[in-house]
Design a protein around this ligand. Structure first.
Ligand SMILES: *[C@@H]1O[C@H](CO)[C@@H](O)[C@H](O)[C@H]1NC(C)=O
Ligand SMILES: *[C@@H]1O[C@H](CO)[C@@H](O)[C@H](O)[C@H]1NC(C)=O
Ligand SMILES: *[C@@H]1O[C@H](CO)[C@@H](O)[C@H](O)[C@H]1NC(C)=O
Ligand SMILES: [Zn+2]
Length: 466
């Protein structure tokens, strides 16, 4: 690993003075997003502190609806990867709209955790933990202690901290099933990924087959029907990366997801369980359009500090850098920012680097030895590369600051424990773990969600009221 024995003379000391103007763009950007987050928090307070919201179903809004066919509560979480908040307005989506109209939805979307990447977010949804506490701090990273590499195919339990919902559920003697989810194949506690309930990841399995398998669980004897189920689709993330969020192929992919929801709803109706199942349809993150005109090249900083590619753990949209031992990380951060703010580095004002402990605390991205010491926040839609190239590629990316609206995804919940026709303010996905344990009436592991928030979104049962 650490084969770089060059001295810290790499750190040039002769950089030009920083100009205030270029920092303004980034700072005002950061302020705008911080305001958006605090507005969401304030709105949330107002919403939940008001005792009545006008609803056509105000009498039934007080408590959950009884189960008609199932003998125990069931939660099905469906993830549509990269379903950016707003995609649901691109065209008419009759099935998703049916879930929204008769369910509870986050009015301005679900807020992902930082970094807004697939593995960190999926694992936050099922553990209720911010990434430093569940350990999956990026889609791939190197453990700085033993040098081992985590990637999206790593199933060794040592990487996966926290207690995912399938483990919590089976620890309580209930059944869980996973039709794909990051971490679901990892053996933890009483969860050993049983072959009939835990599908090994295979992206070639047709989406319809995934839906039909989940439906088939409802044909099992009552005590074999899982209390908790997951279902995962790679779209529209796949199209979002290739074509960006505004392409017609996104609209087509979203129409397909809607058709899959139709297939699921019909299958449940045929089995008489649609009104009994708590369906949570969500995504892991959104998508921002990228273009090679919006590139920041690390090589352009050479006049201030040389950043060899061996130091870079990931480039974009999450820039993370681990210099070899012996280098001063605070010097590197200072030199990089000096160059970025100089006005002489292309798009420099759209990247700001931090020592991880100096990142805004709202990002919850410092408290893990796995996170490299230097982290960059990249402007929305910008791309960090080692070398400026002459490409003209456009596409989409995610991983940016979770305060950007473009990173938001959907939260749509339908079922006996969710009010019909209700909109709730945006919230972070770490709140979902407690909602599921509430619905299943089990004690969860300690996590970063708040029990009172879950109680405000999930309807109480009659027995809770009495
Ligand atoms: C919403 O639920 C009510 C009560 O079950 C039902 O009559 C109505 O058809 C549902 N609406 C939609 C759009 O599914
Ligand atoms: C993945 O799924 C496809 C389609 O069902 C199947 O043909 C293939 O054999 C599967 N691959 C593995 C490794 O199971
Ligand atoms: C998140 O939860 C974990 C586990 O309970 C705890 O150790 C950690 O301090 C929490 N962090 C925050 C920021 O709440
Ligand atoms: Zn993606």
């Amino acid at each position: 690993m650490a084969s770089h024995q060059e001295s810290s003379a790499l750190l040039s000391t002769a950089g030009p003075r920083k100009t205030a103007a270029s920092t303004l763009v980034f700072i005002s950007l950061a302020i705008t997003t911080a305001v958006a987050l605090s507005a969401a928090a304030a709105f949330s307070f107002l919403f939940f502190s008001s005792s009545s919201s006008p609803s056509p179903h105000s009498t039934e809004a007080l408590s959950s609806r009884p189960l008609s066919k199932l003998k125990h509560p069931v939660v099905l979480i469906i993830s549509s990867d990269g379903f950016r908040f707003g995609y649901q307005f691109k065209t008419d989506l009759p099935n998703i709209n049916r879930l929204i109209r008769n369910g509870t939805a986050a009015e301005l979307g679900l807020i992902p955790v930082f970094p807004t990447l697939t593995f960190p977010n999926h694992y936050s949804i099922v553990t209720g933990l911010y990434p430093p506490y569940h350990g999956i701090i990026n889609n791939y990273f190197t453990d700085p202690i033993d040098g081992q590499v985590f990637n999206m195919g790593s199933h060794e339990p040592k990487w996966w901290l926290g207690e995912p919902l399938w483990e919590t559920v089976s620890n309580h003697g209930l059944k869980a099933s996973t039709y794909f989810w990051p971490g679901s194949e990892v053996h933890k506690g009483s969860w050993n990924c049983p072959s009939n309930y835990c599908m090994p990841y295979n992206e070639s399995v047709p989406f319809e087959e995934r839906v039909d398998t989940v439906l088939s669980y409802f044909d099992l004897p009552s005590d074999q029907i899982p209390s908790f189920m997951t279902l995962y689709f790679e779209d529209p993330d796949h199209q979002g990366h290739q074509y960006g969020p505004d392409d017609v192929r996104i609209t087509n992919a979203v129409v397909e997801i809607d058709a899959l929801m139709g297939r699921l709803i019909r299958g449940m109706e045929e089995r008489g369980v649609f009104q009994d199942v708590n369906i949570i349809l969500l995504g892991d993150h959104g998508m921002a359009g990228t273009c090679d005109k919006r590139v920041i090249a690390l090589d352009d900083l050479a006049e201030w500090v040389k950043i060899p590619k061996e130091w870079v753990q990931s480039y974009t949209p999450l820039l993370s850098i681990r210099p070899p031992p012996g280098y001063s990380t605070s010097d590197i951060v200072a030199k990089m920012n000096e160059g970025l703010e100089s006005g002489r580095v292309g798009n420099g004002e759209f990247l700001r680097v931090y020592l991880k402990e100096d990142l805004p605390s709202r990002l919850h991205y410092s408290d893990s030895y796995r996170i490299p010491p230097i982290v960059g926040l990249v402007g929305e839609g910008f791309t960090v590369k080692q070398t400026r190239s002459s490409g003209q590629e456009c596409g989409g990316a995610h991983g940016y600051d979770n305060a950007f609206f473009s990173m938001r995804t959907i939260f749509i919940a339908h079922g006996p424990r969710f009010a019909r026709g209700r909109k709730v303010p945006s919230f972070e996905n770490v709140q979902i773990y407690n909602m599921v344990t509430r619905i299943l009436k089990i004690d969860g592991a300690s996590n970063n969600g708040s029990v009172s928030f879950a109680d405000a979104v999930v309807l109480p049962t009659h027995s809770n009221l009495e």
